[in-house]
Design a protein around this ligand. Structure first.
Ligand SMILES: CC(C)(COP(=O)(O)OP(=O)(O)OC[C@H]1O[C@@H](n2cnc3c(N)ncnc32)[C@H](O)[C@@H]1OP(=O)(O)O)[C@@H](O)C(=O)NCCC(=O)NCCS
Length: 178
C-alpha cells in the first residue's frame, strides 16, 4: 500500500462505524451498489444488527467484511459472501468494494482485493471468486482486471434506477484453483 493504514476483518463491535461508512458510500457512489442509502436509513437498529451479522457470515465462516483503516478511521471496505448450497460452495461473491474519495488512488483498493483473494485461497473448497461491476465503472473494472479477474457474462438491465435508467452489470471472476 502506498499509504499508511492497515486491513483487518471487521467484527460485531464495529457495527456503528460500519453503518456510518456504508451510508456515506451509498450516498457518494449510488450507482456502484445494489442497495440504496434510503433502504439503509429505513432499517431499525435490530434490522441493521441482523444485516451486519449476515454480512460477516454470522461468524460461521461463510463470509467476512474487510476494513481498511488509517488513523483510527474506516476509509475502505470489501465484503465476501460464500454460496450456501452444497453444489455452489466452490463459489463466493465479492461485494461492497469502496474507498473514501480522499483515500483513493494510493493502493487501498488493491490492498483490500489482495487480502480478500489471499483469504479466499486459504479457504478449503473455495475455487472461484465472482463480482459484478456496473457498466461504465472503469476505475473498479481496471482494478479487478489488474488482479486477474476476467469478464464472463454481461447481465442486461441488472439495475433499474429511480430515474428509469437501466444499467448492465459486467460479471467477472477469478479462478482460484484449476
Ligand atoms: C474502485 C475503487 C475501490 C478503487 O479504489 P482505490 O483505492 O482508489 O484503488 P487503488 O489506488 O488501489 O488502484 C488500484 C488499481 O485500480 C485501477 N484504478 C483505480 N482508480 C482508477 C481510476 N480512477 N481510473 C482508472 N483506473 C483506476 C488502476 O488499475 C489502479 O492501479 P495503479 O494504481 O497501478 O494504476 C474506488 O475508486 C471507489 O471506491 N470507487 C467508488 C465505489 C466503487 O465504484 N466501488 C466498486 C463497485 S463494483
Amino acid at each position: 500500500m502506498r499509504q499508511g493504514g492497515a486491513i483487518r476483518a471487521l467484527r460485531a463491535e464495529d457495527e456503528a462505524a460500519w453503518w456510518a461508512f456504508r451510508l456515506a458510500a451509498l450516498e457518494e457512489s449510488p450507482e456502484a451498489f445494489l442497495v440504496t442509502a434510503e433502504e439503509v436509513r429505513a432499517m431499525d437498529g435490530a434490522a441493521r444488527t441482523a444485516r451486519w451479522a449476515s454480512m460477516r457470515g454470522d461468524g460461521g465462516g461463510d463470509g467476512f467484511v474487510l476494513g481498511y483503516e488509517a488513523e483510527g478511521r474506516l476509509l475502505g471496505a470489501l465484503g465476501l459472501r460464500r454460496e450456501a448450497f452444497p453444489r455452489r460452495r466452490h463459489l463466493a461473491e465479492l461485494w461492497g468494494m469502496y474507498v473514501a474519495p480522499d483515500a483513493r488512488g494510493r493502493g487501498a483498493g488493491r490492498a483490500l482485493l489482495e487480502e480478500a483473494i489471499r483469504r479466499a485461497r486459504a479457504t478449503d473448497g473455495l475455487r472461484r471468486l465472482r463480482l459484478g461491476v456496473s457498466e461504465g465503472n472503469d476505475a473498479a473494472g481496471r482494478l479487478y482486471e489488474a488482479l486477474g479477474f476476467r469478464e464472463f457474462a454481461v447481465e442486461p438491465a441488472s439495475l433499474r434506477l429511480a430515474d428509469g435508467r437501466e444499467l448492465d452489470e459486467r460479471w467477472m471472476e477469478l479462478v482460484l484453483v484449476r
